[in-house]
Design a protein around this ligand. Structure first.
Ligand code: ADP
Length: 227
């Protein structure tokens, strides 16, 4: 493995049991990313993009093959160990934001730090700074329902960045946003990627967005094509 490799995906396969046998939704996918690189995952609906992203981020376990995140092979890890790796190294932004509705913007951003037992005044300062950086300095006490979709996604971005992750995974991050708002969120993602040297892995249908990534991986029926 290269010393700088931050995400190594090795012959990754995922199957689900069905009444008639096994359904293989991801087959033998391999790639390698170095720190600061960006990758767009493209492919038709049902081709396995979200499954691949979830496996890379340690949200799920492969049937075979492995994922090495910041030098740690996570494929065979327990759920608790994967949660630790996620907290240490990974940020995640979803298409539908996935903020906690009962928490304010500030409290949502603080969740990853509190999971690490790192709450307190310093954490609050950091979260407030990040919210200001994504243009929400005046919205820290608002609840998700009081925020627009673009504002919610910016809170989600601040939350994803609070732990200074080595890798940011995004699943259709601008898919639910209108054109101008999508552009703002897109600029923030790439701005944070460039400034922090964060590696970016993004599932998208948006070819313009994909063009901004240094690498592209196309999936069809769970396998890499044109790679
Ligand atoms: P994409 O993100 O490209 O639309 P997905 O990764 O969501 O594709 O899904 C790939 C395939 O895996 C689909 O056929 C989907 O129905 C199937 N799939 C996803 N999750 C499960 C599951 N938990 N059990 C069975 N099949 C699943």
């Amino acid at each position: 493995m290269s010393v700088q490799s931050i995400l190594k995906v090795q012959r990754l396969t995922k199957s689900y049991p069905t009444a008639s046998g096994q359904l293989t939704v991801l087959q033998d996918v391999s790639f390698d990313l170095e720190g600061g690189q960006s990758l767009a995952i493209l492919g038709p609906s049902g081709s396995g993009k979200t499954t691949l992203l979830g496996l890379c981020a340690g949200l799920d376990r492969p049937t075979s093959g492995d994922v090495v995140v910041a030098g740690e092979p996570i494929g065979a890890m327990s759920e608790d160990e994967r949660a630790r790796v996620r907290n240490e190294h990974v940020g995640f932004v979803f298409q539908n934001f996935q903020l906690v509705p009962t928490l304010t913007a500030l409290e949502n951003v603080l969740v990853p730090l509190e999971l690490r037992g790192a709450g307190g005044a310093q954490a609050e300062r950091k979260a407030t700074e990040l919210l200001a950086r994504v243009g929400l300095g005046q919205r820290t006490d608002h609840y998700p329902v009081q925020l627009s979709g673009g504002e919610q996604q910016r809170v989600a971005l601040a939350r994803a960045f609070i732990n200074e992750p080595k890798i940011l995974f995004c699943d259709e991050p601008t898919g639910n946003l209108d054109g101008a708002t999508a552009q703002t969120v897109q600029d923030l993602i790439f701005g944070l990627n460039h400034e922090n040297g964060t590696t970016l892995v993004m599932v998208t249908h948006d070819l313009e967005l994909a063009k901004l990534c240094g690498n592209v991986l196309r999936l069809k029926n769970g396998a890499v094509v044109d790679a």
